[in-house]
Write a protein that binds this ligand. Structure first.
Ligand code: OSB
Ligand code: MG
Length: 372
């Protein structure tokens, strides 16, 4: 295809409840959407960067800046673009994976819509429904946490993930495990909040039969994750550290991770995400689909990715209403009956969802920026 213009949209999406992690509290999402207009039609991609550089070094203003200054001009200069060529064209820019991923996703959406193929089919999806988990923020008290968790179980979620940090770990995890009973899937995510001297404390989590502990230490610190994995029975899972398929293989070989959280934004795009999946599958490492509080645009692509055969654990692929009263697209809703706790993989062309123009306008925080 030939890209005619790229429009950057900025939208404020209030969350149904504030989301607290070890790195901060978020009350709204500052969403950057990339709209590619080409000779074969349009496509949309969502940038998952947060408003502030707290989860990782990327943040939404930085992503918008690198898109308008470097990434979009590089694609506009190409006479012919395919989703498969985007990463190579953008490789001259170091890092900025979330910005690159959003642009690649928009090109892929346009390409697949033109071909009439769904993202699931393109990625190699092998199921029509995916198992859903929910990520539960740090709460004001253990009672509030138990209420929130009970609500999600009632809604059908198949796995609970608790955000933890020093001072909010053993007690809340113990309380939730008691409430859930021994069989429900329970895991924790520390978003890099611990240090090597916390290994003995983290080892106490073994008592709670967790599915995994996600990213206890800083992104760069593969060695301490390997040291923890050697000390505990609970599987160690990496999120922030896994920047691409090569890093994933290295971390696996060093014994730092035995499960991987795959987020397309973090690894620079859905194509690289599929590569991480394929590699993990080849070495028998389970993967699951992470989330970044996506609107329906990013959620649709995540659900398609989560339908690949190596995604053997429920993902952070929650229903739209877990975060938003109204979604930017048709909402994702959990199934019922045998599909309780699952989301259906969209089967329409591209992402299979449509951006609601009325909401895009109503919630816009700036004028759409047209780059050509
Ligand atoms: O570490 O997985 C994470 C949200 C924002 C940034 C990082 C993370 C998260 C979540 C929520 O845990 C995932 C979701 O439900 O979208
Ligand atoms: Mg995480």
């Amino acid at each position: 295809m030939r890209i005619e213009q790229v429009v950057l949209h900025r939208v404020a999406m209030p969350l149904v409840r504030p989301f607290e992690t070890s790195f901060g509290t978020q009350a709204a999402r500052d969403v950057l959407l990339v709209h590619v207009r080409s000779d074969v039609g349009d496509g949309w991609g969502e940038c998952v960067a947060g408003a502030d550089p707290l989860y990782s070094s990327e943040y939404v203003e930085g992503a918008a800046h690198v898109l308008r200054t470097y990434l979009v001009p590089a694609l506009l200069a190409q006479p012919e673009v395919t989703a498969e060529s985007v990463a190579e064209t953008l490789a001259f820019v170091a890092g900025h994976r979330m910005a690159k991923a959003a642009l690649e996703a928009a090109v892929l959406d346009a390409q697949l819509r033109a071909e009439g193929m769904s993202m699931g089919t393109y990625f190699g999806a092998e199921r029509e429904w995916v198992d859903c988990g929910v990520s539960v923020g740090i709460a004001g008290s253990i009672d509030e946490l138990l209420d929130e968790v009970a609500g999600y179980i009632e809604e059908g979620y198949r796995r609970i993930k608790l955000k933890v940090k020093p001072g909010w770990d053993l007690l809340p995890v113990n309380a939730v495990r008691e409430e859930l009973g021994p069989d429900r899937l329970l895991q924790v995510d520390a978003n890099s909040a611990y240090r090597a001297h916390d290994i003995p404390l983290l080892a106490e989590l073994d008592a709670f039969r967790l599915v995994l502990i996600e990213q206890p230490f800083p992104e760069e610190d593969i060695a301490t994750h390997a040291a923890l994995a050697a000390e505990i029975e609970t599987p160690v899972c990496l999120d922030e550290s896994i920047l691409d398929a090569d890093v994933a293989l290295d971390a696996i070989e060093r014994g730092a991770t035995s499960v991987i959280n795959i987020k397309a934004g973090r690894v620079g795009g859905y194509l690289e995400a599929v590569r991480v999946h394929d590699l993990c599958r080849a070495v028998d490492v389970s993967v699951w689909c992470g989330g970044m509080l996506e609107t329906g645009v990013g959620r649709a692509a995540n659900v398609a990715l989560a339908a690949l055969p190596g995604f053997t654990l429920p993902g952070d692929t929650s229903a739209s209403r877990r975060y938003f009263a109204d979604d930017l697209t048709e909402p994702f809703e959990l199934g019922t009956g045998e599909h309780r706790g699952q989301l259906r993989v969209p089967d329409g062309p591209g992402t299979g969802v449509t951006v609601r123009d009325d909401l895009l306008r109503a919630w816009a925080t700036r004028e759409p920026e047209v780059l050509r």
